[in-house]
Ligand binder design. Structure first.
Ligand code: NI
Length: 199
């Protein structure tokens, strides 16, 4: 008889689709509760996000063109400055829809698991309000600010087929052009599993 633990489906680290993969440029679709393997997909997305040390991961980044992302903006205890309060949150957002985006624009250096080794300053408003379904398919409406807003805005962009590199200033975009081509072709070293557009 197998040990009971071997009967439980194990979470898997999924390959992350790299820059150049068409799925990253699609507008993702809403889903319903019956989306095949949804709970396993969410569990695998957590596993994948933590394994690659990301703070957010959108379903298109693992090859599913659906409106789902997960995020965990909590800081590691060792990364907290003395007296700093961790404002991090953990969310599963399904069928996210932007209601409003407002506030003072602020500049923040973004990166993306689908675009390894490239970081760049992106300006965005500091507040976003979205409507979404949580893991129990209950509707939520929530306003996110500062760094949490930034993660939501970045992941939300993935659902719209937009990558942060498209929001960089023209000069910076010019500078990273060749590097992006290399990523497309898989000619880069990366610590986690990826699926490249051409190889
Ligand atoms: Ni990203």
């Amino acid at each position: 008889m197998p040990h009971p633990s071997s009967l439980i489906a194990k979470n898997m680290i999924l390959p992350i689709y790299a820059y150049g993969q068409p799925v990253l440029k699609k507008v993702a679709d809403d889903i319903d509760k019956d989306y095949p393997g949804l709970q396993q997909l969410i569990a695998d997305m957590w596993e994948t996000m933590y394994a690659s040390e990301g703070v957010g991961l959108a379903a298109p980044q693992v090859g599913h063109s659906i409106r789902l992302f997960v995020m965990d903006s909590h800081k590691k205890p060792e990364d907290l400055k003395e007296g700093e309060v961790d404002k991090g949150i953990k969310r599963i957002c399904i069928n996210a829809l932007r209601i409003d985006e407002f506030g003072n624009p602020f500049t923040f250096e973004e990166g993306c698991l689908s675009i390894p080794d490239i970081r760049g300053d992106v300006d965005r408003p500091d507040t976003i309000r979205i409507r979404y379904l949580d893991e129990n398919f209950e509707q939520q409406e929530e306003t996110f600010t500062e760094l949490n807003a930034r993660v939501v805005q970045h992941e939300y962009d993935h659902l719209e087929g937009i990558l942060f590199t498209e929001r960089l200033k023209p000069i910076k975009r010019q500078l990273i052009k060749r590097k992006l081509e290399k990523i497309k072709e898989g000619r880069i070293k990366v610590e986690y599993k990826m699926k490249f557009a051409k190889r």
